[in-house]
Unconditional design. Structure first.
Length: 303
């Protein structure tokens, strides 16, 4: 974390009294409930603090940030350092409180994601995917590999030629062969894995477009043609926490719906066709014959 972002909550407390009254009201609102402030839009913050929206921007710049988005990222990082269990949970919390805090924290993160996502960026990424002759999904690590596999499977069902590639050597081969009509989708929340950066750089050099699903201001974000920012508070234990995991899945869901819209009726017909084929062969159904072969008592009425 850089010096500007370091210990933001502490800096807010110590510097507040020296600022104009309107900015003090903004800081007081944030300090009262930092988790809630993180999920609020600029206009909501302004309304709650009884100030103008430009005052929110001036407050962020007062602490060395370019804008509110960067300010919120630093706040999220600061909140992530408050506990070694979970940023919202202490060792003394009972089960009911843990449930409330973790699920509430996750809901807040997803609400914040809704305000962060740029519709124009998602549309641009969907256009590239819909028009591509091949889409290769790059990943590093277990979590990103699951995301890449999920994305590849969804694209395959939309009738697109797609591959999920986790191996460094295969990613370079992919990058060399994608060409000007291909797209590489790089999924990495951390966005700093050397061989992934090498692969996407090489793909761009060969004329392919690169879409990155990552945190803003990472090396991967700097390389990509289109960046879908996924910014959630960091986990206190795992490098890529559950909230990041869920956020990435939702971004993929949004992206695939937009791609389906752009592909039109043909893609919808494919979905129907695949569903019928799977059902005819006993896949994706509730009552597969194998269940009755294995558990013949399953159909018996309860006595």
């Amino acid at each position: 974390m850089n010096a500007v972002a370091s210990s933001l909550l502490k800096r807010l407390k110590t510097k507040a009294n020296a600022l104009p009254r309107a900015q003090q009201q903004v800081i007081a609102l944030i300090l009262k409930d930092p988790e809630q402030a993180l999920t609020m839009s600029v206009d909501a913050l302004a309304a709650q603090a009884h100030v103008s929206m430009p005052t929110i921007m001036r407050t962020a710049r007062q602490f060395g940030f370019e804008g509110v988005r960067e300010f919120k990222l630093a706040l999220a990082q600061d909140l992530g350092r408050t506990s070694s269990v979970h940023r919202a949970v202490s060792l003394e919390d009972d089960c009911a409180v843990v449930i409330q805090k973790i699920l509430g924290s996750t809901a807040a993160s997803l609400t914040a994601l809704q305000h962060q996502l740029n519709p124009n960026t998602l549309n641009e990424a969907a256009d590239l995917i819909a028009q591509a002759t091949r889409i290769d999904c790059y990943s590093v690590g277990t979590t990103s590999a699951f995301m890449a596999d999920d994305l590849q499977g969804r694209l395959f069902r939309l009738g697109k030629s797609a591959h999920a590639i986790h191996d460094a050597h295969k990613q370079l081969i992919s990058a060399a062969s994608l060409g000007i009509h291909g797209v590489a989708v790089a999924i990495s929340h951390v966005g700093r894995m050397p061989f992934l950066l090498e692969s996407v750089t090489f793909a761009r050099q060969q004329g392919a477009k690169v879409i990155a699903i990552t945190q803003p201001h990472t090396p991967l974000a700097d390389i990509a043609d289109v960046v879908i920012d996924v910014m959630v508070p960091p986990d206190a234990v795992m490098r890529v926490g559950t909230e990041a995991y869920i956020a990435h899945l939702l971004v993929i869901e949004l992206l695939m719906i937009l791609v389906l819209q752009k592909l039109g009726p043909k893609a919808i017909e494919l979905q129907t066709q695949y569903r019928e084929v799977l059902q005819q062969h006993g896949q994706d159904v509730d009552q597969h014959p194998w269940i009755h072969w294995t558990w013949p008592h399953a159909e018996k009425e309860p006595t």
